[in-house]
Design a protein around this ligand. Structure first.
Ligand SMILES: [Zn+2]
Ligand SMILES: [Zn+2]
Length: 400
């Protein structure tokens, strides 16, 4: 996912929310600030113990966990992100004999700090040694710095291409995401002024608070670039299990990697495979389905995706590949026949797409939109997301 998706498809201004977690209480924010300010640099064991206790308190005091952690296999955990105005990706957590590997790092350091606290409290006190960034997007990388602050010895692993994309784009994307906040806040204020209920007003106020907290935090945030990069494959060996970090081809971005654990038969897929409609603005619609097929050759039974819930089996993965392939075929055909983008958005309907009808895939996507994005009342229909995808494919057809 990327900022554009979340502002345009799932934004607080278009959605209407109720049950979603409250963000950090002011006192907790101050605490996190202090923590981010380098409180742990060179910390002694005693100090670390103190901070771990504080992490534990921070989560329980505020009652506002940002993640729900579930066990996927022995030593493998899935941290499912709760809805936030600025979306957080999920994380996958692999516990080795002495150290921990975490896949992806959310949209802001305080979210990563919150997860680090949950890992220490709910899973293990072992240190995080590696953070893998599946791709360059802001909602997977902007929290990196929290790990740098929290751990003595740490490496960030990504593909060479992802490092290049982060170097080229991360600062601009971060700036763009922050600069969008005032407009979003204005829309929410306007909506609150006309709100039909106190609950809707409260929803708007809470979204505004989350957006402003994001803005304040990201105005001054250190980016951490990958320290270990590779072209095709990098293996982390541990007596508990091996992790194969692999590039299989262009997909959601030019540099996506998956993390495959052969012993535990799981794969963390970032945004190449997840439970929302794909975000294709940085993507390769013609190559993506083939890349999914290649990943599908690996022997895993569970998928830990970058967004929405853990996937048992490969049905959703196949559905997502089929959807991208079918939609790309239709857009390509239509573009060749001389149809404009607007024509195509009218002609290619949800009902006309077999891939959305099969296995209830379209309904699954809508359920996830309600479950994993802030909303109050009705979200835009699935066609709105399909229209966005048609536009993204239309623009990116030439990419291979
Ligand atoms: Zn994402
Ligand atoms: Zn992404």
């Amino acid at each position: 996912m990327d900022d554009h998706t979340h502002f345009h498809n799932h934004s607080s201004s278009q959605s209407y929310n109720h049950a979603h977690p409250h963000e950090a209480h002011p006192s907790r924010r101050d605490f996190l600030r202090a923590l981010m300010g380098g409180a742990l640099a060179g910390a002694s064991i005693l100090e670390l113990a103190y901070h771990r206790a504080a992490w534990a308190r921070a989560d329980t005091d505020s009652g506002s966990k940002l993640f729900d952690i579930e066990k996927a296999a022995d030593g493998v955990y899935f941290a499912q992100a709760r809805p936030q105005a600025m979306i957080n990706c999920n994380a996958s957590i692999f516990v080795g004999a002495k150290e921990v590997v975490v896949v992806d790092a959310h949209s802001k350091p305080s979210a990563a700090t919150s997860l680090i606290g949950q890992i220490k409290r709910e899973i293990t006190e072992k240190p995080v040694r590696y953070v893998i960034n599946t791709h360059f997007h802001w909602d997977h990388t902007q929290g990196n710095h929290a790990y740098r602050v929290a751990e003595q010895k740490l490496d960030f692993i990504a593909s060479t291409t992802t490092k290049q994309l982060m170097s080229d784009l991360a600062v601009a994307r971060m700036k763009a995401s922050v600069e969008q906040v005032p407009d979003e806040v204005e829309k929410l204020r306007a909506r609150a002024a006309q709100a039909a209920s106190a609950a809707e007003k409260a929803f708007c106020a809470d979204q505004i608070r989350q957006l402003q907290a994001y803005q304040a935090e990201l105005q001054n945030c250190a980016l951490e670039l990958p320290t270990i990069t590779f072209e095709k494959s990098y293996v982390l060996q541990d007596s508990a299990h091996d992790l194969h970090i692999e590039f299989h081809g262009h997909a959601h971005t030019a540099g996506d990697v998956i993390v495959f654990c052969p012993q535990k038969r799981v794969a963390a897929t970032g945004d190449m495979v997840h439970g929302f409609l794909p975000f294709i603005a940085d993507g390769y619609p013609r190559a993506w389905p083939g890349t999914i097929q290649s990943v599908g050759q690996l022997e895993f039974t569970k998928i830990l995706p970058g967004h929405a819930s853990l996937q048992n089996g490969r049905t959703i993965m196949s559905n997502m590949g089929n959807y991208i392939e079918e939609l790309t075929g239709k857009v390509e055909e239509g573009k060749k026949a001389g149809f404009t983008l607007v024509d195509l958005q009218k002609r290619i309907t949800v009902a006309s797409l077999k891939s959305l009808q099969s296995n209830g895939y379209g309904e699954y996507i809508m359920r996830n939109n309600y479950r994993f994005t802030p909303n109050f009342g009705k979200l835009p229909p699935l066609q709105t997301g399909v229209d966005t995808n048609i536009g993204e494919i239309y623009n990116n057809l030439a990419r291979v």
